[in-house]
Design a protein around this ligand. Structure first.
Ligand SMILES: Nc1ncnc2c1ncn2[C@@H]1O[C@H](COP(=O)(O)OP(=O)(O)OP(=O)(O)O)[C@@H](O)[C@H]1O
Ligand SMILES: Nc1ccn([C@H]2C[C@H](O)[C@@H](COP(=O)(O)O)O2)c(=O)n1
Length: 670
């Protein structure tokens, strides 16, 4: 996951390949609650691991469920519909997870304990009054701890004998279908008689109710439905675990990759995006996004648990759609509309206003930043397409809303070749923590940005480059480590850095069984991180690096580090030879005295004793060799910015490089 303050997505030109998507959030949290209320153990396969499922799991653990995770499988032992009596008041924090807050409010109101349910500030702005009213009609005891109608809530123990089960329970269906889902999931706890729920107002997001009914049936509860207005939970209903249950991949998450297939062509101009884990026969309502994507021109094939999407009509065809049945996935259509042949209108989407953020306003604001003309009203949004000259490079605010972050990544396919900056990209953790990594695994960029930091030994290149890479979410190449490992391999093979061994050392370099993992360097699985960091290893590296065949053998390996979303590379010839087209080249220096002192401190802190004088003469000898060799000598690239950090702290050097980088970016302020 990208935990950076922002993520710059370079202009993307194509996409093709296969993605496997994480489990559905809606199915995951429903299954978890049902398994928790059932008796016995349920093994849940392919559960979504995200912020929203984590808060649900924490709550269920606090209620006394046994939870045992192994890879993508989770075993949950339920409480059999009963809490241990006499427990203390339980405070439960539910983040911004509506799929946890609403169903847990209903279930806990009927379970009998005392609870306080709270969430992030936005959760305290998301309405829950209609659900609380329905539960209160029944006899549940729920108080508002802040604003009436909104979390946080205090739930007090209920007297089951006093529950009013004779009259139908009335609940509004036109604000959020989660209120009805919450009642359907929880009311079997009280079903000593038939319980009838009547929906007031036109029920929105019906497909989500279908998921609820489908999963209740898997857990042994056969709800009777009359239209979308009346639901009966039969007397004597009891949750019974199905044993094993599989969670489909998230159909809402699939929307971004369906859109990707519709917008982008592969390198050969005809490849497709294959999505694994969900097919057109999914039980999730958002799978009907496929119909909308087809209407816009996408070619979608499907089989059991897979979809295959490729570009059909281009530009996409504008649509006018009642998107009430796919409220979450429809946000993706709003960005696809930028690539259409006329204005597209999404109607009947008032529920967008009470989601993670006011999504109608959020989408309109951010689409306008890209240059689009957008009209919006209480329950609709109309997006006009953008012509090539109209596109602007924008910093997209994400409003702590995962879907805003994910759907705006599609703007990186703009014909103007502009990058897109996504602020706070970590908000995707709500449902799809590795969204951007998954996108980058199939996307192709004409130009992956590179920042090169070259300079003499101990100037601080590695420290600076690694930190700049971390702050930008870029990959990091420590090219010196490749020469150091080659030097080590040479020693172990009994060779020396002489011309007569050049071909053999180059052959070793070309086939290094090298892996970089968690800051460690592994050679054929052996951790050689410390061994290659000694001064002697540095000297060996400097010697092998003078051999042209060795440098040639390492060229392609270094260039393979250039991957989306970008790369920071440090060494001696990053800017001159390996990445001559890098967008920013820095030549980092410091006085020999300063460098010797820094290296001295560094070695002393590792418990290696040495003298300043010997370090300084070694360092000067290494600089002389690195600068005077015939191939790719250490020298600044012609277009490099020079940074002498003798008098700068590490933080000041980082700030300087980041400032230079920002100066090159086209983004308008957020
Ligand atoms: N601006 C700075 N001010 C003070 N100390 C620094 C600065 N930059 C780096 N250092 C320290 O100097 C030491 C050497 O830095 P680093 O290992 O990053 O250098 P390098 O140029 O990558 O060296 P090499 O080429 O040998 O790999 C480290 O202990 C680091 O913390
Ligand atoms: N791009 C590079 C990187 C390194 N080398 C050589 C020369 C250095 O003395 C040696 C060790 O590098 P360090 O880990 O100290 O950065 O490797 C090179 O020639 N080209």
């Amino acid at each position: 996951m990208f935990s950076t303050a922002f993520l710059d997505i370079p202009a993307l030109a194509g996409a093709s390949g296969t993605v496997r998507l994480p489990g559905s959030k809606s199915i995951s949290n429903r299954v978890l609650l049902l398994a928790a209320l059932a008796s016995g153990t349920t093994t849940v396969h392919d559960l979504l691991d995200s912020d929203d499922t984590r808060v649900m799991l924490d709550a269920l653990r606090a209620l006394g469920c046994g939870i045992d995770a192994a890879g993508s499988t989770l075993r949950i032992t339920g409480i059999g519909g009963q809490l241990k009596p006499g427990g203390p008041m339980l405070p439960l924090f539910l983040g911004n997870a509506g799929t946890a807050m609403r169903p847990l409010t209903a279930a806990l109101s009927l379970l009998g304990g005392e609870f306080e349910l709270s969430g992030v500030p936005r959760m305290h702005e998301r309405p829950i009054g209609d659900l609380v009213d329905a539960l209160t009609q029944l006899g549940c005891r729920i108080d508002y701890l802040g604003n009436p109608g909104y979390p946080p809530l205090r739930i007090r123990p209920v007297d089951h004998g006093a529950l009013v089960l004779d009259a139908p329970i009335r609940v509004r269906g036109d604000v959020s279908s989660q209120f009805l889902t919450a009642l359907l999931l929880a009311l079997p706890l009280a079903a000593r008689k038939d319980i009838v729920i009547e929906v007031v107002g036109e029920l929105i997001s019906k497909p989500y109710i279908e998921i609820t009914l489908n999963l209740l049936a898997r857990f042994g509860i056969a709800v009777q439905r009359e239209g979308w207005e009346r639901f009966t939970i039969p007397a004597g209903s009891r949750y019974s675990s199905p044993g094993d249950i599989h969670v489909e991949a998230d159909a809402s998450s699939a929307s971004y990759f369906i859109a990707l297939g519709a917008i982008a062509t592969g390198a050969s101009g005809q490849d497709s995006i294959r999505i694994e884990g969900v097919g057109a026969d999914s039980i999730q309502g958002d799978i009907r996004f496929i119909e909308a994507a087809r209407q816009m021109g996408a070619q979608v094939d499907s089989g059991p648990n897979w979809l295959d999407v490729r570009r059909g009509a281009w530009p996409l065809k504008a649509i006018d759609l009642d998107a009430n049945h796919i409220p979450d996935a429809a946000m993706t259509l709003a960005v696809m509309a930028l690539y259409a042949d006329g204005p597209s209108t999404l109607r009947n989407i008032a529920s967008w206003r009470v989601k993670e953020t006011d999504r109608i306003d959020a989408m309109a604001n951010e689409l306008r930043k890209l240059g689009a003309t957008v009209d919006s009203g209480p329950d609709f949004i109309r997006v006009h397409p953008l012509e090539r000259p109209g596109w602007q490079a924008a910093s997209i605010r994400t409003y702590d809303d995962h879907r805003v972050a994910m759907c705006f990544s599609l703007a990186a396919f703009n014909p103007a070749g502009l990058p897109v900056r996504i602020l706070e990209p970590h908000c995707v953790a709500k449902t799809f923590p590795d969204y951007f990594e998954t996108l980058f695994s199939v996307a192709q960029a004409p130009e992956v940005p590179v920042i090169c930091i070259d300079g003499p030994t101990a100037s601080g290149k590695g420290t600076l480059a690694a930190e700049v890479a971390r702050l930008l979410g870029y990959h990091y190449l420590d090219s010196g480590s490749l020469y150091r490992v080659t030097g080590l391999a040479m020693r172990r093979a009994g060779l020396s850095a002489e011309p007569q061994h050049e071909a053999q050392i180059a052959a070793l370099a070309a086939a290094l069984p090298l892996h970089f993992t968690e800051g460690k360097v592994l050679l054929a699985g052996e951790d050689v991180s410390d061994e290659i960091r000694t001064e002697a290893a540095g000297m060996d590296a400097s010697r092998v690096s003078t051999l042209p065949a060795v440098r040639a053998a390492l060229l392609a390996l270094q260039q393979r580090f250039r991957q989306l979303p970008g790369l920071v590379a440090d060494g001696r010839d990053m800017g001159t030879v390996i990445f001559p087209d890098a967008a920013l080249k820095v030549f980092l220096t410091a006085s020999a005295a300063q460098r010797a002192e820094r290296r001295h401190k560094q070695l002393i802190s590792k418990g290696i004793s040495t003298t300043l004088d010997s370090l300084r003469s070694d360092l000067e000898a290494r600089d002389a060799r690195d600068s005077s060799r015939s191939v790719a000598p250490l020298k600044p690239a012609q277009d490099a910015r020079h940074l002498d950090n003798s008098q700068l702290s590490i933080e000041q050097s980082i700030d300087q490089v980041l400032n230079w980088w920002q100066e090159k970016q086209p983004f308008k302020p957020a």
